[in-house]
Design a protein around this ligand. Structure first.
Ligand SMILES: C[S@@+](CC[C@H](N)C(=O)[O-])C[C@H]1O[C@@H](n2cnc3c(N)ncnc32)[C@H](O)[C@@H]1O
Length: 310
């Protein structure tokens, strides 16, 4: 019934973050997203993206629902404390009662114990483009919203969702990649990267901001790894860097100093994900980076430029 492992990803985004989500999907799946479901053989841990709501690892697919049930029954599938969910497509016209009925029929075909409240295993059933799919469902990280309000936060701190996307663009869902945030402020990127199990290092030149970053890290149970130093002193090499470039009133930084930061990153990192409040394309190119992709994120009256460079 199934030749190679395929996955169905359910995607969602707030309207103002559409460009960011589309850029992330280009980077992770190499596709131009035009609907909120992706059928792909690329395996991505949903934890890496704030836009991936769930991933269904397809075990069985069939042209009709009855054949899905037959496949589950004949495999004598067994599970402990499982739950079945109906993965509804964006425009799918199916009533709540019908979905419940499908869930019930699939649930009764699996042997073992059922648990609605604390499931150890989640299975999913879905009808995508007229075909039925059944498989193992994995959800994204639902805990990150708890980290929006940190002990220390400044008006120039990155939003947690944006920080998570930058990380996803930086490491391309690969946990072996070594990451640095050389101007890490109060550690938004560092905390999210640690929550994803990544090898990350952070530098912050301002003593009191570095101290506050480490207090934030300690608050979430992580080691206080932010180094209070100028990023120009970094000697280690990294696979990827995330630069939320210092700007304006907060950092009193000149154009030449900004240029110096990007040039320094060129020496220590293969890849750069950069965020800025103005178009810095020329500066990036002059620093010997190639811009692979970019997008503009509009929020209220201001815009943020996001660049993927290598
Ligand atoms: C835009 S803020 C970063 C905010 C951060 N992404 C957050 O969410 O908190 C830039 C930070 O870079 C720091 N910075 C400026 N120049 C630096 C340098 N040469 N080395 C390390 N940090 C630097 C500033 O003190 C400031 O905290």
């Amino acid at each position: 019934m199934k030749e190679k492992t395929e996955f169905i990803y359910t995607i969602n985004y707030p309207r103002e973050e559409k460009n960011l989500c589309l850029m992330e999907m280009r980077a992770l799946f190499n596709i131009d997203l035009n609907e909120k479901t992706i059928l792909s053989n690329v395996k991505i841990d949903p934890v890496f993206s704030p836009f991936i709501k769930s991933r269904l690892e397809i075990l069985y697919s069939a042209d009709n629902f009855e054949d899905i049930l037959k496949a589950i029954i004949s495999s004598e599938m067994e599970s402990i404390d499982y739950k079945v969910e109906y993965i509804k497509e964006e425009d799918e016209n199916i009533s709540y009662e019908e979905r419940l009925d499908k869930i019930k029929q699939v649930g009764l075909s699996i042997l073992g114990t059922f648990s609605m409240k604390n499931p150890k295993n989640i299975f999913g059933v879905s009808n995508y483009k007229g075909k039925w799919y059944f498989g193992i469902c994995v959800k994204g990280d639902t805990v990150w919203p708890d980290r929006i309000k940190k002990p220390y936060s400044y008006s120039n701190s990155l939003e947690v969702r944006l920080a998570r996307t930058l990380i996803s663009l930086a490491v391309e869902a690969d946990r072996t990649k070594k990451l640095v945030d050389p101007c890490c402020g109060v550690g938004t990127v560092i905390i999210e990267a640690l929550s994803m199990g990544l090898d990350v290092t952070g530098y912050e030149i301002n003593r009191s901001i570095a101290k506050n970053a480490n207090t934030n890290l300690g608050y979430y149970g992580y080691d206080k790894i932010v180094v209070n130093d100028d990023m120009h002193n970094i000697e280690e090499k990294f696979d990827s860097a995330i630069l939320d470039i210092p700007y304006g009133l907060f950092s009193h930084i000149t154009k030449d100093e900004q240029f110096g930061l990007i040039k320094k990153i060129r020496q220590i990192s293969k890849r750069l994900i950069m965020v800025s409040f103005e178009d810095l394309e020329e500066m990036i190119i002059k620093s010997n980076f190639k811009i692979l992709d970019s997008c503009i994120l509009s929020k209220g009256s201001f815009q943020r430029y996001i660049y993927i460079c290598s």
